[in-house]
Design a protein around this ligand. Structure first.
Ligand SMILES: [Zn+2]
Length: 281
């Protein structure tokens, strides 16, 4: 299918650290039936691909994880033509071997959030009167295998051996875990803990988008480390030290993605046999 109105092909949901150094960027404001996304989007070219950047927490970092309008964010990206998304995020390591500076590309997630809307298909009418059907989306494998492979190869190409696979536990936040919660998460064998990976991944899947999470460990979580527990200062410091090479890996990964029109991964088949009731943007 040829889509001439496309403004972007690939989306990156992450901080402004990823695009502030690009030349020739265009800023664009997008509205959705679910309200405004976290901020205006920035369009730029990487490796010959058109990429839309969206700062997940807003440019002033004013949105805590539980107040991000995830539905608007993913809808906005899709409405621009985006079909493949990278979602880099900072996480805590739940196993001692995943210390600060570890790059882990998860292949599973556990939802421990409590109060987030995680579907477009709840039978509630949109502002324009259209009514999405109730749909149960296949989500056994929450991440795109093609995007994951691109991310892993990109990291290796930059001599940053990533952890290929693992489970991200997503908590409601905005507080960090207690030691007991953290020990429990670790005892389940889960790998990392974050606050934004859900419902981002499932909403992407509901829109038929390929979604790949790149998690950067900024600290060992409370149950694993022996000090005073996670502090925000520590998180910011480690993120700052690694944002440059994470950007390099992301940009290389963008160049390794297939043309969106050729996709045939599981992400494109999540709704086979379903009548969604609405046209996706
Ligand atoms: Zn995919």
């Amino acid at each position: 299918m040829v889509e001439t109105s496309r403004q972007a092909d690939i989306g990156v949901i992450g901080g402004s650290g990823f695009y502030t150094f690009l030349d020739d960027v265009t800023e664009i404001t997008v509205e959705t039936p679910y309200g405004a996304p976290s901020d205006s989007l920035v369009l730029g070219d990487i490796e010959g691909r058109r990429v839309a950047f969206l700062p997940r927490h807003g440019r002033k970092h004013h949105l805590p994880p539980h107040r991000i309008n995830y539905r608007a964010n993913l809808w906005a990206l899709r409405s621009l033509g985006v079909r493949q998304v990278f979602g880099p995020c900072a996480v805590g390591g739940l196993q001692p071997e995943y210390g600060p500076g570890t790059l882990l590309i998860p292949d599973q997630l556990v939802d421990r959030t409590k109060a987030r809307t995680q579907t477009y298909f709840d039978g509630e009418p949109l502002p324009d009167g259209r009514i999405p059907n109730v749909v149960h989306t296949t989500f056994a494998d929450p991440y795109c295998p093609v995007g994951r492979k691109a991310a892993v190869e990109a990291a290796r190409g930059r001599d940053w051996e990533p952890v290929d696979g693992g489970t991200m536990c997503v908590i409601e936040g905005p507080r960090f875990s207690t030691r007991a919660e953290s020990r429990w998460h670790a005892a389940q064998g889960w790998s990392v803990v974050g606050m934004t990976g859900h419902p981002e991944a499932v909403l992407a899947r509901e829109l038929g988008l390929c979604y790949t999470s790149l998690t950067l460990v900024t600290d060992l979580d409370a149950g694993v480390e022996t000090g005073e527990g996670v502090t925000h200062t520590e998180v910011l410091k480690v993120f700052g030290e690694n944002v440059g090479r994470l950007r390099e890996v992301l940009f290389d990964a963008v160049g390794k993605l297939p043309e969106s029109s050729t996709r045939d991964c599981l992400c494109t088949h999540a709704h086979d046999g379903w009548d969604l009731g609405i046209e996706l943007p």
